[in-house]
Design a protein around this ligand. Structure first.
Ligand code: SAH
Length: 410
C-alpha cells in the first residue's frame, strides 16, 4: 500500500453509505493540491445505478480507488464535483467560518460582514452576508442548495445577534447548476426590513437585500473605500459607477471639496442620495449624474473639466475567459479617459472585479492607458477584496477583485 492510500484509508467518513465517484487516471492531482473543483471531463463513467442525485454528497476516489475526500455532486454543471473539507459536517464548517470573523464584530468598524465566502471557507457556492443582524444567503451550487436547511440553522445559531436568515434566489449562476430562479425568501427568524441601515466606519448605508446588487452591498470594497477616503481631503472627486454612493460618501466623510456620483442606474443614485443624508456633514458639494460612464468621461474631456481624484469601479466586464480581450479594451478606454481628466498630482483609484482578468493583465492595461494618456503615475497602493473575503491559497479563482490607487506625477 502506498503512503497516500494508507493515510486515506484511515480517514473516518461520517456517512458509510455515500456513493462513490471515480476520477480518470492522473486527474487526482489538482484535488491533492487542494483545488476544490472537479470538471466533468475528469470523471470516469458512473454506472447508471450509482449515479448521485443533484447536490448529493459523494466520496471521490482516484483511478486506483484511493479515497480523496468528499464532494458535492452537480450533474448540470461543468464543475461536476466541488470538494469539501475533510471530516467536518456542514454545520461546524459554517460555525468555523463565522468564528474567523469574530474580530470584525469586536472592532466595531462595521456591522456588515461576509460570514461565509464559498469555496474559500470550505462551503462551495455558499455566500452568507451579514447586515446588522440579518443574514442573506446566496446558494450557487447544487450541494449548497441541497444543504439549505442545515446552513440556515447554523447561521441562526452562530451569527452574532442573528435576527433572521433569508435567501436571494435570483442569481444567474443558479441556472448553470440547474437550480430554480425565484424571488427572495425568508428562511428563519424575522423578515428583514426593505432597507437595512448598516455602519461602515464614518458612513452609514441603506442596503436593499431584496433587489440590491449581490446580496445588497459591495462588502468586498470596504478596505478600498477607506483608502480612497483617506486620500480625498480637499479633493474634487469623480466617483464613476457609484452604485449607492460608497466611495463618494467616504470621500465626503473625509473632507472632499466636491463629489460627483455617476451611475447608469437612477435607483442606485436615489439610494446614494438617501445615504448622503444619514451622516450629517457639511461642506462637501454633492452632484448626482445619471449617465453612462463611457459617455460621461468623454463629455468631461470635451468640456475641459478636471478632477483631483477619480474612482473607476465598473461592473464585471468579463465573466469568462473568452471575453477577456473585449473586457481589456473596455478597461483601457475608461482608464485612458480618466487619466487625461486628472489634475497634476491627482489620484486614480481603478478596479476590476472580473475574475477572468488576471491582475497581471489588468496592470498591463492600466500601464498602456498611462502611456497613451502621456501621463506618469506612482502606485500609491494596491487593493484586493476585504479581509472577510479570504481566498484559499489553492484556489486562485477566488481572487477576483483587484485594484490599484495611482497618483499622477506629471
Ligand atoms: N463602487 C460601488 C460598486 C459599483 S458596482 C460600491 O463601492 O458600492 C457597479 C455599478 O456600475 C452599478 O451600480 C451599475 O449600475 C453601474 N453601471 C454599470 N454599467 C454602467 C455604465 N456603463 N455607466 C455607468 N454606470 C454603470
Amino acid at each position: 500500500m502506498s503512503s497516500v492510500s494508507r493515510k486515506a484509508s484511515t480517514r473516518c467518513w461520517r456517512n458509510k453509505d455515500l456513493k462513490s465517484i471515480t476520477l480518470k487516471a492522473g486527474r487526482e492531482r489538482s484535488v491533492l493540491k487542494g483545488h476544490p473543483w472537479i470538471f466533468s471531463g475528469a470523471l470516469a463513467d458512473i454506472p447508471e445505478d450509482a449515479t448521485p442525485i443533484s447536490g448529493e454528497t459523494v466520496e471521490v476516489c482516484d483511478a486506483k480507488g484511493v479515497k480523496l475526500g468528499l464532494g458535492w455532486y452537480s450533474p448540470a454543471s461543468q464543475i461536476r464535483v466541488r470538494m469539501l473539507p475533510l471530516g467536518d459536517d456542514v454545520s461546524s464548517v459554517v460555525g468555523a467560518a463565522v468564528g474567523r470573523r469574530a474580530d470584525f464584530f469586536a472592532q466595531g468598524y462595521t456591522n456588515a460582514v461576509r460570514l461565509v465566502n464559498a469555496e474559500s471557507d470550505g462551503l462551495p457556492g455558499v455566500v452568507a452576508d451579514y447586515y446588522a443582524g440579518f443574514v442573506v444567503l446566496q446558494l450557487t451550487s447544487a450541494g449548497a442548495d441541497a444543504n439549505r436547511e442545515v446552513i440556515a440553522d447554523a447561521l441562526m445559531t452562530f451569527a452574532p445577534f442573528c435576527r433572521g436568515v433569508s435567501e436571494r434566489l435570483d442569481l444567474k449562476d443558479r441556472e448553470k447548476e440547474g437550480l430554480r430562479i425565484a424571488e427572495f425568501e425568508n428562511l428563519r427568524g424575522e423578515e428583514p426590513p426593505d432597507e437595512i441601515e448598516i455602519t461602515e466606519g464614518p458612513c452609514k448605508f441603506l442596503v436593499d437585500v431584496r433587489k440590491g446588487h449581490k446580496t445588497g452591498f459591495y462588502l468586498d470594497q470596504r478596505d478600498a473605500r477607506m483608502l480612497v477616503g483617506s486620500l480625498a481631503n480637499g479633493c474634487e472627486v469623480l466617483n464613476c459607477f457609484s452604485y449607492t454612493g460608497g466611495f463618494g460618501l467616504f470621500a465626503r466623510a473625509c473632507g472632499a471639496a466636491k463629489v460627483s456620483q455617476v451611475d447608469i442606474s437612477g435607483e442606485a443614485l436615489a439610494m446614494a442620495k438617501k445615504n448622503e443624508h444619514l451622516v450629517h456633514m457639511c461642506g462637501t458639494e454633492m452632484e448626482y449624474v445619471e449617465a453612462d460612464v463611457f459617455e460621461y468621461l468623454r463629455k468631461c474631456r470635451d468640456s475641459g473639466r478636471k478632477f483631483d481624484m477619480i474612482v473607476l469601479d465598473p461592473p464585471k466586464f468579463a465573466a469568462v475567459k473568452s471575453q477577456v480581450m473585449k473586457a481589456a479594451r473596455g478597461y483601457k478606454d475608461i482608464n485612458l479617459l480618466a487619466m487625461k481628466l486628472l489634475k497634476p498630482n491627482g489620484f486614480l483609484a481603478t478596479f476590476s472585479c472580473s475574475g477572468a482578468m488576471t491582475s497581471e493583465l489588468f496592470d498591463k492595461v492600466v500601464s498602456e492607458a498611462a502611456v497613451d494618456a502621456g501621463r506618469s503615475f506612482q502606485i500609491v497602493t494596491r487593493t484586493r477584496q476585504g479581509l472577510d473575503h479570504p481566498t484559499l491559497l489553492s484556489f486562485p479563482e477566488g481572487n477576483y477583485l483587484k485594484g490599484v490607487i495611482l497618483r499622477a506625477v506629471n
